[in-house]
Design a protein around this ligand. Structure first.
Ligand code: MN
Length: 392
């Protein structure tokens, strides 16, 4: 039996206890949590079959009461001595995609991001926001199969593009590969088809949150998106962090959203719409170039989930919805390079190099920390990826 050591300022203290999936060399995947730099095998510690699984989906499907019970038990067990057979150093394990992603929807919930893109793409329009933007959380359906865990290399996508000077479209590697720093929310429980999730009960259905990098090929996107929205410019890859921070740990991070005016329709209206006090950071080849503040997001995750189901569509355990690019009011708070470089017109300094979009060999790391109880910081780890040359 061992008492797990954690530094008092660790972003992986007892207040966090994120969930993940790990394996040791040549062994099967199992569910885990993390305390300090120790990975705790939950199937070994708790002996419950839903943790002896290669994803968190079975555990998530048990529902909110069991999430509360399990977290309470873990906080009690891990504060005392723990059997050595359940403990591994973070350096000795491989971390995997924590969930089997069922469906994936991406939103567009930052007013700063939506306004910046409106100004870039519709410079002659006096209102940078589309007329629907303050009435519903705008979103599109993405591809679940290309969501990968941090550390997975990203191959530059090929596709059609047509620049303003091109007479006809051409095919080839994207020349405007971008990132979108977002948070992703994982749905733990279902609703029957034909029913809807009430906006005030939505947080009982959200299991937890991850960092989400929505890789975006701007040139492919610009040509394809009219009139039905993003497709192949987005669907080639998205990177998530290996740690799912439970919503139960994020209770202390809840903060009011910015004022929602006009008042949303009743199915979206909340007594106190909440956002999350999360600080994100984007590193480009080791240089921190942006710090997007999640607390500035206009729409609440609860409103996004209520909106997904308002037409009676069911969600399932493992559904993931992402917030959309997180951008704050300042230039160094913009979460996408198209905004940061104003469409490529204003290069940024990346360690002495003037850069606009992502080049082959570049490494992008997005990290995030939330506010926890008593000044604690709650880490999400990283969503890290390197870009490899296109397959021609
Ligand atoms: Mn996005």
């Amino acid at each position: 039996m061992t008492s797990i050591h954690t530094d008092s300022d660790s972003p992986f203290g007892l207040a966090n206890l994120p969930y993940g999936v790990f394996s040791l060399a040549n062994q099967r995947r199992r569910c885990c949590t993390r305390l300090g730099d120790t990975v705790v095998d939950l199937s070994e510690l708790l002996g419950e079959p839903h943790f002896d699984q290669s994803s968190l989906n079975s555990f998530m499907a048990l529902g909110h009461d069991r999430w509360v019970e399990t977290r309470d038990r873990l906080q009690e067990l891990l504060a005392a001595d723990v059997p050595d057979t359940a403990l591994h150093s973070i350096n000795d394990v491989e971390l995997h995609l924590p969930i089997e992603v069922a469906d994936y929807v991406d939103f567009y919930a930052s007013e700063y991001h939506a306004s910046n893109l409106g100004r870039l793409f519709r410079p002659d329009n006096p209102d940078p926001l589309q007329p629907n933007w303050k009435h519903l959380p705008v979103g599109y359906h993405g591809r679940a199969a290309s969501i990968v865990v941090s550390g997975t290399d990203i191959v530059r996508p090929c596709g059609q593009r047509k620049g303003t000077d091109d007479d006809v479209p051409v095919f080839g590697p994207s020349q405007r590969l971008d990132i979108e720093a977002e948070m992703g929310f994982i749905v733990g429980t279902t609703n029957p088809m034909g029913s809807r999730i009430d906006v005030e009960e939505a947080d009982q259905h959200i299991f937890g949150a991850v960092i989400f990098n929505d890789w975006s090929a701007r040139d492919i996107q610009a040509w394809e998106y009219v009139p039905l929205g993003p497709n192949l410019g987005k669907s080639f890859a998205s990177t998530i962090s290996p740690w799912v921070v439970p919503m139960l740990a994020l209770e202390h991070a809840k903060v009011p959203t910015p004022t929602q005016e006009p008042t949303p329709l009743p199915y979206l209206a909340m007594a106190s719409p909440w956002g999350l006090d999360i600080d994100m950071a984007v590193e480009w080849n080791g240089h921190r170039i942006s710090q997007p503040p999640y607390r500035t997001m206009y729409w609440s995750p609860a409103q996004m989930l209520a909106h997904i189901t308002v037409n009676g569509a069911p969600v399932r355990p493992g559904d993931l919805f992402a917030s959309g690019t997180v951008s704050g009011p300042e230039k160094n708070q913009r979460g996408a390079f198209i905004e940061l470089t104003w469409g490529g017109a204003e290069p940024v300094d990346v360690g002495g190099e003037a850069r606009t979009f992502v080049e082959d060999g570049d490494e992008i790391v997005i990290s995030a920390e939330a506010t926890g109880p008593n000044g604690a910081r709650l880490g999400f780890g990283q969503a890290r990826a390197r870009v490899l040359p296109a397959h021609l």
